[in-house]
Design a protein around this ligand. Structure first.
Ligand SMILES: Cc1cc2nc3c(=O)[nH]c(=O)nc-3n(C[C@H](O)[C@H](O)[C@H](O)COP(=O)(O)OP(=O)(O)OC[C@H]3O[C@@H](n4cnc5c(N)ncnc54)[C@H](O)[C@@H]3O)c2cc1C
Length: 362
């Protein structure tokens, strides 16, 4: 949960690097040629949002929802016990020599005006926080530490929230496929047609991630969202305590390692591959390899045959901020398009949506 990551992917500097990222021998960004025709329009809007002014405005929107989210999460934690392998020790982004640390610190100064706290660390301070980086410390020119960031297991968190909601009387219809959102008139939704029959409600919130545009289109709502695939790899640490004590991101490899109880999760990569969610094990190995370069000792503590590979889709809008709010249908709201920050923004988006539902007559 990283408000520090609020900068959308189309910062002017990143857009200049896109070509390099695509043609790198170990690319962190990939585009499947077959999806190019379906993403051209989105891509042009992505580029249009990469000016300094647009990018900054989008970053500020993201920070606002992300900070509201942390506030909402902390208030839930005050009244309910949640166990999701959380850490509340901040996150650290380490910068290799010749990287973009100066430019990044400048952006952090701008983010600080909107409440994102940060500290610049030298090599000694990096090692004080994360001794596990000792073997590779000469790779780094410095780091930025974000004390307010948090982390955890998003799947466990979701189950915990489902438990709390159920205890409060919420009924979850799991394994139920929504086939169609049916509009009774041009201004109201009448019901959902689902694999278990029709379901009707006073208010509907469209929150289907990357699949949202597919169900919105027949209603005449065009959502500028495309799926961008990412990978995560999780390994059991079997009691080993020599790894990072908080999430550490290597800005050169674009790879993140996150401690989660007795496991370490690593994530990265961005692939434009449509709705293909197949797990490419090779890609998972590449994520793991990048982390081994930062934490070589990990190799002797994990069982390479017991690695959990996962892939998922980020529902990306061209600007970065999610689509949270009303539609032209009085009883249909949007809560989707959270891209790479869906968990970071989850509680804040939910708060905005629930305020909209309870404070206005929808
Ligand atoms: C590798 C990777 C790493 C990430 N790391 C982070 C991170 O560190 N921090 C962070 O904040 N975010 C992260 N994200 C982003 C985050 O996972 C997403 O933004 C978030 O999952 C979005 O949540 P969502 O509920 O909107 O959509 P989703 O999680 O995509 O959920 C949508 C749901 O709708 C269901 N659905 C779709 N169509 C239908 C239908 N017709 N009927 C019924 N159900 C349907 C799907 O099955 C799915 O369960 C990461 C994403 C990836 C891929």
């Amino acid at each position: 949960m990283t408000p520090s990551d609020a900068s959308p992917w189309n910062s002017p500097g990143t857009v200049r690097q896109l070509g390099k990222m695509l043609f790198d021998h170990n690319p962190t960004l990939k585009i499947n040629p077959s999806v190019i025709p379906s993403i051209v329009g989105w891509g042009l809007r992505f580029l249009a949002n990469s000016t300094y002014e647009r990018h900054k405005a989008n970053m500020i929107s993201n920070i606002r929802i992300a900070r509201l989210s942390l506030e909402a999460l902390r208030s839930i934690r005050q009244t309910a016990h949640l166990n999701y392998d959380q850490t509340t020790r901040g996150t650290m982004r380490v910068f290799p020599r010749g990287g973009r640390m100066t430019e990044f610190v400048q952006m952090c100064r701008e983010m600080k005006q909107w409440g994102v706290q940060f500290e610049v660390l030298d090599q000694n301070q990096i090692l004080e926080k994360e001794p596990c980086l000792g073997a590779v410390i000469d790779r780094y020119v410095g780091a930025v530490f974000f004390p307010d960031d948090e982390s955890g297991d998003a799947h466990k968190f979701t189950n915990e929230i489902a438990r709390l909601a159920t205890e409060l009387g919420v009924q979850l219809l799991l394994n139920t496929n929504i086939l169609k959102i049916v509009n009774g008139s041009s201004s109201r939704i009448s019901h959902l047609s689902t694999s278990r029959g029709d379901v009707s409600a006073d208010v509907y919130v469209l929150s289907l991630g990357s699949y949202s545009p597919i169900l919105a289109r027949p209603l005449g709502i065009s959502l500028p969202i495309i799926p961008v695939k990412g990978y995560s790899v999780t390994v059991a640490l079997n009691g080993w305590k020599g790894g990072p004590t908080r999430p550490v991101m290597d800005d050169g490899y674009h790879a993140m390692m996150v401690p989660m109880g007795d496991r370490l999760r690593m994530g990265g990569r961005a692939e434009f591959a449509g709705y293909d969610t197949r797990v490419d094990e090779e890609e998972g190995w590449r994520v793991l390899d990048d982390i081994m370069k930062i934490l070589p000792v990990l190799r002797s503590h994990i069982d390479a045959n017991a690695v959990l590979n996962w892939s998922g889709l980020r529902a990306m809008t061209p600007g970065g901020p999610p689509l949270v709010g009303p539609t032209s249908y009085a009883n249909l709201l949007l809560n989707t398009g959270h891209g790479p920050l869906g968990w970071t923004m989850a509680c804040g988006s939910a708060k905005l949506i629930s305020d909209l539902i309870t404070h206005r007559q929808v």
